[in-house]
Design a protein around this ligand. Structure first.
Ligand SMILES: [Fe+2]
Ligand SMILES: [Fe+2]
Length: 140
C-alpha cells in the first residue's frame, strides 16, 4: 500500500478471499468495522476509545477462529502465525493504553492499524490459501 492510499478507507477486493467462508466473512467485516472507525475518527467524533475496544475484541475472536482452523488442517506455519497474532493483539492493547494516556494520536494509530490489517491479510493469511491449494493438488 502506497503512503498516498493510507488516508483512504480499505477497499475490499475479492482477490483477498481465501476460499474459507467463515474467515473470509470475518475479514470483510473486520475491514468494514475498521473503515467505520476511521470515518468516525476523521470526522472528529469522540468514539476512538470505544472503537479501539471493539477492534481489540474483534481481532481476538478472529484470531481464535483462524488458529482453530489452522490446527484442523495441520497448517505448517501455525507457530509463526500465532506469534504474529499475539504480537498484533499486544500492540493494539498497548495502543489503547497509550491513547488513554494521551501519548499518541488516534490518527497515527489508525494508519498503523490499517497497514497491519492489509499486510497481515495479504501476506500472512494468504498462505492459508496456498496451503489449501497444495492440499487439494495432493488429494487430487
Ligand atoms: Fe485474518
Ligand atoms: Fe492471521
Amino acid at each position: 500500500m502506497r503512503p498516498s492510499e493510507i488516508s483512504l478507507p480499505i477497499q475490499w477486493s475479492d482477490d483477498w478471499n481465501l476460499g474459507i467462508e467463515e474467515i473470509d466473512k470475518q475479514h470483510r467485516s473486520l475491514i468494514e468495522h475498521f473503515n467505520d472507525m476511521k470515518r468516525r475518527q476523521q470526522s472528529g467524533a469522540d468514539s476512538f476509545n470505544g472503537d479501539l475496544l471493539f477492534m481489540q475484541n474483534y481481532i481476538k475472536t478472529h484470531f481464535q477462529t483462524e488458529e482453530r482452523y489452522m490446527k484442523e488442517i495441520g497448517f505448517p506455519e501455525l507457530e509463526s502465525h500465532v506469534n504474529e497474532h499475539n504480537f498484533l493483539r499486544d500492540r493494539v492493547s498497548e495502543m489503547a493504553i497509550r491513547y488513554s494516556r494521551g501519548l499518541d494520536s488516534s490518527e497515527k494509530m489508525i494508519e498503523t492499524i490499517q497497514r497491519w490489517i492489509v499486510n497481515h491479510i495479504l501476506h500472512s493469511d494468504m498462505k492459508l490459501k496456498d496451503q489449501l491449494t497444495n492440499n487439494e493438488s495432493i488429494a487430487g
